[in-house]
Write a protein that binds this ligand. Structure first.
Ligand code: PEP
Length: 243
């Protein structure tokens, strides 16, 4: 399975930096798929800068309906029109800061797929849930209720406590969780569940990428902070094993 290295710029980045960043990441190795998810305002500029490069473009959220009176929201068809092919949904920062439930994430994923976008659904436990021994149960519940029946996207396992903290789970914990996610996807989606990329996210850096990406069932990485520097994202992509 070809690994996917996805950069999540969150609410960072300005128009002025897009072209130079795009030129650097075009040097990405061909054994991985690269995907950049900038703020909405940068999508169109990125689409122009990345044209013909094979690097994909994603957004960080969408509404569950294709249009309507929803001030401040963005619809999936609008993202597709701006050049996005993917959309991150259910990131823990949205679950936490915007009260997004599994049901909301599922409705958004349905809207994304209807618009032809590939949803990247984020799941992951908090520190307290891991300490209580509930990590796998939490993630299985999120998968059971956030994925549409016809889900054909990507999963990102992002332990909430590892995001932006510099902390990462042990290799054994990542392997155990990704194996559990694969089993859940296969049970839920049948053969489709066998071929879904399961990304790891949470403090991935050039220094730890090789060991994380080499783990079984790790189908790539969702990279936050380190993706803001093009050279760091390139180094992470270069660290992916040739499978
Ligand atoms: C993220 O927000 O998706 C993320 C993984 O962030 P970071 O790499 O900064 O931990």
């Amino acid at each position: 399975m070809r690994q996917i290295i996805a950069g999540n710029w969150k609410m960072f980045g300005r128009l002025a930096g897009v072209t130079a960043y795009a030129e650097v990441i075009k040097a990405a190795p061909s054994h991985v798929s690269l995907l950049i998810c900038p703020p909405f305002t940068l999508l169109d500029r990125f689409a122009t800068a990345l044209k013909g490069s094979g690097i994909a473009l994603g957004a960080q959220d969408c509404h569950a309906t294709p249009e309507g009176a929803h001030t401040g929201d963005i619809a999936a068809p609008m993202l597709a029109e701006a050049g996005a092919t993917h959309v991150i949904l259910g990131h823990s920062e949205r679950r936490e800061n915007h009260g997004e439930t599994n049901a909301v994430v599922k409705a958004k994923a349905e809207a994304a797929q209807t618009a032809g976008l590939i949803p990247i659904i984020c799941v992951g436990e908090t520190d307290a849930q891991r300490d209580a021994g509930e990590a796998e149960h939490v993630v299985r519940t999120q998968l059971a209720h956030s994925l549409p029946a016809n889900f054909a996207g990507i999963i990102a396992y992002e332990p909430v406590w590892a995001i932006g903290t510099g902390r990462t789970p042990t290799e054994a914990d990542v392997t155990a969780m990704h194996t559990a996610i694969r089993a859940a996807l296969a049970a839920q989606l049948g053969t489709t569940g066998q071929s879904i990329n399961i990304l790891y996210g949470g403090s991935v850096k050039p220094g730890n990428a090789a060991s994380l990406l080499a783990l079984p069932e790790v189908g790539g990485a969702l990279v936050g902070g380190a993706s803001l520097k093009a050279e760091d994202l390139l180094a992470i992509a270069a660290a992916a094993p040739h499978r």
